[in-house]
Design a binder for this molecule. Sequence first.
Ligand code: P1T
Length: 401
Amino acid sequence: MAHPHLHLESRCVHGGQHPDPVTGAVMPAIATSSTFIQESPGVHKGFEYSRSHNATRFAFERSIANLESSGLSEEQERTCGGFAFASGLAAISTCLELLDTGDTLVSMDDVYGGTHRLFSKVRQRSAGLAPVYVDLTNPALFEAALQKKKPAMVWVETPTNPTLKVVDLAAIATIAKKHGIISVCDNTFATPMLQRPLEMGFDIVMHSVTKYLGGHSDVVGGALVTNRADLAEKLRFLQNAIGGVMGPFDAYLALRGVKTLAVRMQRHCESGMHIAQWLEKHPKVERVVYPGLASHAQHAVAKKQMQLAGKPAFGGMITIFIRGGLAESRRFLENVHMFALAESLGGVESLIEHPAIMTHASVPAESRKALGISDNLVRLSVGIEHQQDLINDLEKALAHV
Ligand code: P1T
């Protein structure tokens, strides 16, 4: 069932899904078989080997393709526009295989540390990839980078990890299209509930499913979605040829997570805004970065681009600068209790971390400095607990700063 006319909240539950034609089960079975019997060599029911064909993975792939508005056929048993992987990084790795040796990639300057590491410390060596990091919040800088050497791909995160910069997706997509550059948006922080890059002209959307899509900190996964049939064909080939696929148990958990994405995101956005406003008034906090605050450098773009049910909504990620340095940040982070000091984000439970030491340690120190990922920068992932309990936790921990 394609349900293209439904609202996103309904698409979370029903998008690309249909009851099992044999049993009527409303959730797909976890299809564990690694292989499928053939009547005669090459004569089978469309399923040959589970890396290539897995019904549980297909169900999740149809779900995320629908939510990201792929528009490619969902009527077939197999997805056309969505592809699921063993992790977010496996998804990124597969996407990079669209490029040829020596190609240039323009990347947003602030990206997840592991993404930066893959571009600069792996693909640069193994595939001659030339990553160029540009502050794409200013589309003129993208135009300027194109004059030097035309990239084959542009890689955007928005809001970015961890400095929460917001990139104008429509502006970047327009430039990329004009120059025939494949545009990719890592939509992990916003989720399709808040922004759908394909609708804004992007070619490919990438997700760390580990985060909001899974939503419960119990699955590691990744996804790519495209609305271009030519890219879908290439990605389907690469997914199978490289083999970093999502397993059936993970696909089941990911699909289960997506069903509640709409209600979770609503709560993440409400609490994110409330807590960002509270933090902005706290004397121990030097600065708060949250796209929903009027003080955010790209607040106007965020208001236009990030919406939930027709109203501006800004997600559950907040970045703060503690008054002081590493010692003060450590004291704060050692004294939170409900906020778990841990890497990752996007779960129902609130998480907090220190990017310079934890998630972005692999970004070279001079790049971290240029991006402002300093020792007093702390990243919060606001969960769905009661707002007052979260504020009480932060208040107590800030008293130790
Ligand atoms: O961890 P994995 O599922 O492989 O996804 C990598 C990834 C890709 N893109 C973004 C925006 C991400 O935030 C991540 C993973 N990030 C963390 C683990 C983190 O704590 O920031």
